[in-house]
Design a protein around this ligand. Structure first.
Ligand SMILES: Nc1ncnc2c1ncn2[C@@H]1O[C@H](COP(=O)(O)OP(=O)(O)OP(=O)(O)O)[C@@H](O)[C@H]1O
Ligand SMILES: [Mg+2]
Length: 268
C-alpha cells in the first residue's frame, strides 16, 4: 500500500515516470550476537521513488532511516517485504559518518571509484578536478583526511559519490556536519547537479528545512519501529532558489505540517 501524495502541490517528475525504487511491506529486525535480543528497526515500510525524483526522508533519531537506506544500497538483509531497484548502475551512497580512506589524499579518495573501474588516469584527473571544484576542495586536493575538518571530509564523500555518475544517489544526512552557509551552497550545487543529470535521489535529513528545500516529496517516518506516516508533495517549481523560497508562505505551512506529524506520530 502506498500512502496518497498530499494535494498540497504538484510534482516536477511526471506522475507516470517509471519507478526506480519500490519498497513494499519492508520489515527489518536486528539480532544481537547471542541471538536472544531482537530490535525491530522498521515495520511495514512502503514507498515508491520514480525515476528522476528527489525524495527526502525525515523522522526521529533511531526510527530506521539509515537502515532503510542501507537496505536500498544492498548492505543489509531485510526480514520480510520486497525491495526493487530498477537501475543500470548500483546506487552510490553517502554515509552518515564521513567515510574517507585515511591513507589516500583528497583527490585519490574522490578518484577511488574510477580507479577501481580502471578509468584512464587522464580521464580520472579531469573528472576529479571537476568534482573538487564543485565541492570547494580544489585547494585541498593533495591533503590527507586528518588535515581536514569534519565538514570537508563529508564533502569528499559527496564528491566521491558523484564522481562515477550512478543513476541512484542514496544520501544519509550528508550535510549534517556542515555550517549553515556551506550547507546552503552544497544544497544549491546538489540541486543543480540533480537538475542537470536527472539522477534519482533518496536523501535523509534531520532538518525539515533541508527536506523542503531539496525534495519533490518528503516521507515522514514514525518513531521506531519506523514506518512511513506521511508522503507530502513539495509544491515549489524547479530550478529552486534555496534562499528565495524562504519568502514563500507555503514553505512555512509545510514546515508546520511536517513538525506536526513528527510531534504527533505515536511511539509504538
Ligand atoms: N547493526 C545494528 N545492530 C543492531 N541494531 C541496529 C543496528 N543498526 C541499527 N540498529 C538499530 O536499529 C534502529 C534504527 O537505527 P537507524 O540507524 O536506522 O536509525 P536512524 O533513523 O538512522 O537514526 P539517526 O537519525 O539517529 O541516524 C535503532 O534502534 C538502532 O539501535
Ligand atoms: Mg541514521
Amino acid at each position: 500500500m502506498n500512502l496518497p501524495v498530499s494535494e498540497i502541490g504538484r510534482n516536477s517528475v511526471p506522475v507516470d515516470a517509471a519507478p526506480a525504487i519500490e519498497v513494499q511491506n519492508l520489515v527489518k529486525a536486528f539480532y544481537d550476537v547471542a541471538g536472544d535480543r531482537i530490535t525491530l528497526a522498521t515495520t511495514d515500510v512502503n514507498f515508491t521513488v520514480r525515476r528522476g525524483e528527489f525524495v527526502c526522508i525525515v523522522g526521529p533519531s533511531g526510527c530506521g532511516k539509515t537502515t532503510v537506506l542501507r537496505i536500498l544500497a544492498g548492505l543489509e538483509q531485510l526480514l520480510s517485504g520486497h525491495v526493487r531497484i530498477d537501475s543500470t548502475t548500483p546506487p552510490a551512497m553517502v554515509f552518515q559518518e564521513a567515510s574517507v580512506l585515511p591513507w589516500l589524499t583528497v583527490a585519490q579518495n574522490v578518484a577511488f571509484p574510477l580507479s577501481l573501474k580502471g578509468v584512464p588516469r587522464q580521464k580520472q584527473r579531469e573528472r576529479v578536478s571537476e568534482l573538487l571544484a564543485l565541492t570547494g576542495l580544489t585547494d585541498f586536493a593533495d591533503a590527507r583526511p586528518h588535515q581536514l575538518s569534519g565538514g570537508m571530509k563529508q564533502r569528499v564523500s559527496v564528491a566521491r559519490a558523484l564522481v562515477d555518475d550512478r543513476d541512484i544517489l542514496l544520501m544519509d544526512e550528508p550535510f549534517g556536519a556542515l555550517d549553515e552557509q556551506t550547507r546552503l551552497t552544497l544544497q544549491q550545487e546538489l540541486l543543480r547537479i540533480w537538475e542537470r543529470t536527472g539522477k534519482t535521489v533518496v536523501f535523509i535529513t534531520h532538518s525539515v528545512d533541508e527536506a523542503l528545500t531539496l525534495a519533490d516529496r518528503v516521507l515522514v517516518m514514525s518513531p521506531r519501529p519506523g514506518t512511513i506516516v506521511a508522503d507530502l508533495a513539495v509544491p515549489f517549481g524547479r530550478p529552486r532558489d534555496v534562499v528565495e523560497m524562504r519568502r514563500d508562505k507555503r514553505f512555512w505551512d509545510l514546515t508546520y505540517e511536517v513538525w506536526r506529524l513528527l510531534a504527533t506520530s505515536p511511539e509504538r
